[in-house]
Design a binder for this molecule. Structure first.
Ligand code: G3P
Length: 203
């Protein structure tokens, strides 16, 4: 049990290194939460700091999700009847850290990239299929939020076609619900046709 707690703490602290806030503050002296949608994520970094910063944020947020899983796996290893429970715990905690970062007043992002990294690390194929869905939706509509929402909601369905542990299925559904909940303002804006479409032209 102590090892699981350690996994959660490590994952949470790592997740708290919210890419948009770290890079924005360190290299641009800006807090992306003061701009655009106010979200501390890669999409809003693209809006407020441009493509280079957004690319760096994407790398950081993906890497920390993967690193959290790796650390969790190393700390707890494979547990009889529970599988890589430490890895799942650390991955989930990283998403919580990203959304509610201890280093940045608990005001973080929506956890899409970090969740994707965790799912990708644990079950690559369903994650890549959902990435494909995300890319198609964003390419067609240019709404990142809609792509995130549709791809996330597709994950539980896509994963049905794969043999994955039940605990992971439950965790995946939890992470999807979290993503949907974090997008409640985007959902309202999408309904009202006031959501901003994405542009890669920079600012
Ligand atoms: O991953 C976040 C994205 O889906 C929406 O971000 O800044 O448009 O609210 P944003």
């Amino acid at each position: 049990f102590g090892k699981i707690v350690l996994c959660v703490v490590a994952g949470y602290l790592l997740g708290s290194l919210n890419g948009s806030l770290v890079i924005g503050k360190l290299f641009y002296k800006k807090d992306v939460r003061m701009y655009g949608s106010g979200n501390a994520g890669a999409t809003n970094t693209l809006r407020s700091l441009g493509p280079k910063a957004a690319a760096a944020v994407t790398v950081v947020d993906l890497l920390k999700g993967i690193l959290a899983c790796l650390i969790g796996q190393l700390i707890s290893g494979y547990v009889e009847n529970a599988g890589y429970v430490g890895m799942y715990a650390a991955g989930f905690a990283a998403v919580l850290g990203h959304n509610w970062p201890i280093f940045f007043g608990f005001k973080g992002g929506k956890g899409v990239l970090t969740t994707f990294a965790v799912i990708l690390y644990i079950t690559p194929l369903p994650a890549l299929i959902c990435l494909g869905i995300f890319i198609i939706v964003v390419a067609v509509t240019r709404y990142v939020s809609l792509g995130s929402l549709i791809a996330s909601v597709c994950w539980p369905v896509v994963s049905l076609f794969f043999n994955i542990p039940t605990v992971l299925r439950v965790l995946g559904i939890l992470m999807v619900l979290l993503i949907v909940a974090r997008h409640k303002d985007n959902i309202v804006r999408l309904k009202n046709h006031t959501e901003k479409r994405i542009s890669f032209k920079g600012n």
